[in-house]
Design a protein around this ligand. Structure first.
Ligand SMILES: O=C(O)c1cc(=O)[nH]c(=O)n1[C@@H]1O[C@H](COP(=O)(O)O)[C@@H](O)[C@H]1O
Length: 224
């Protein structure tokens, strides 16, 4: 099985992101470029990081009216990302149009409930039920819309897997057993997420902020 870890390169500097990717590339299976990186470096930055030679996950979390999201998907065709994120909360028509506009080899996955949110946040946003309930509802909607998969926490992935056998499941909010949570509220260990059926394990700060990122990546890889 190929390495399921995608390293989140949430760094403001292009040279630092490339240097980190080069260092750990033997211990991760792909590189995730998110909003911090894309807003700073755009297409040029993606092309530069792609030279490291690993698949690119473009985490743009698109969320707008269907026409605008479809246009954005077309604008990133040329980057040939392996994975792109949109928000399931944009609704079924938005997800359908995003998938229709995506490149043939790009997996389009919808974020259900961010791993930085918990049941209290659901209540404060007027969402009925728990974060778990909402993640399952939005995963069903993403499946109906014909997407490739979803992003969810390690707490829901097993239940969603049961309802969507061929889905592609991206799980962030991962922390080693002794890791610092930071802003993540629904965290599990990388091993627990993999055992629950995650296809992709997104890991950022536990590697990028470690004193020795290579040792941290190796240690996580060894638990899988
Ligand atoms: O779409 C994502 O990748 C994502 C969804 C989510 O619910 N939670 C989440 O943390 N992420 C991303 O996953 C990465 C997690 O980073 P760390 O918390 O540093 O491991 C960040 O780049 C987030 O943008």
């Amino acid at each position: 099985m190929s390495n399921p870890i995608y390293l989140a390169l949430d760094l403001p500097r292009l040279d630092a992101a490339i240097a980190l990717a080069q260092k750990v590339k033997g211990h991760v299976g792909g590189l995730k470029l998110g909003l911090e990186f894309f807003c700073a470096h755009g297409h040029h930055g993606v092309h530069e990081v792609a030279k490291v030679g690993l698949p690119i996950f473009l985490d743009l979390k698109l969320h707008d009216i269907p026409n605008t999201v479809a246009g954005a998907m077309q604008s990133i065709h040329v980057l040939e990302p392996a994975i792109v994120t949109i928000h399931a909360g944009g609704g079924r028509a938005m997800m359908e149009d995003a998938k229709a506009a995506a490149g043939e080899h790009t997996k389009v996955v919808a974020v259900t409930v961010l791993t930085s949110l918990d049941d209290g946040d659901m209540a404060s946003m007027g969402v009925g039920g728990s974060a778990y309930d909402q993640a399952l509802r939005l995963a069903d909607l993403a499946q109906e819309a014909g997407l490739d998969g979803i992003v969810c926490s390690g707490h829901e992935v097993a239940a969603i897997h049961k309802r969507w056998k061929k889905g592609y499941f991206v799980v962030p909010g991962l922390r080693p057993a002794d890791g610092t949570l930071g802003d993540q509220k629904r965290a599990v260990t990388p091993r627990a997420a993999r055992d629950a059926g995650a296809s992709v394990l997104v890991i950022g700060r536990p590697i990028s902020r470690a004193e020795d990122p290579v040792a941290a990546a190796r240690a996580i890889e060894a638990t899988l």
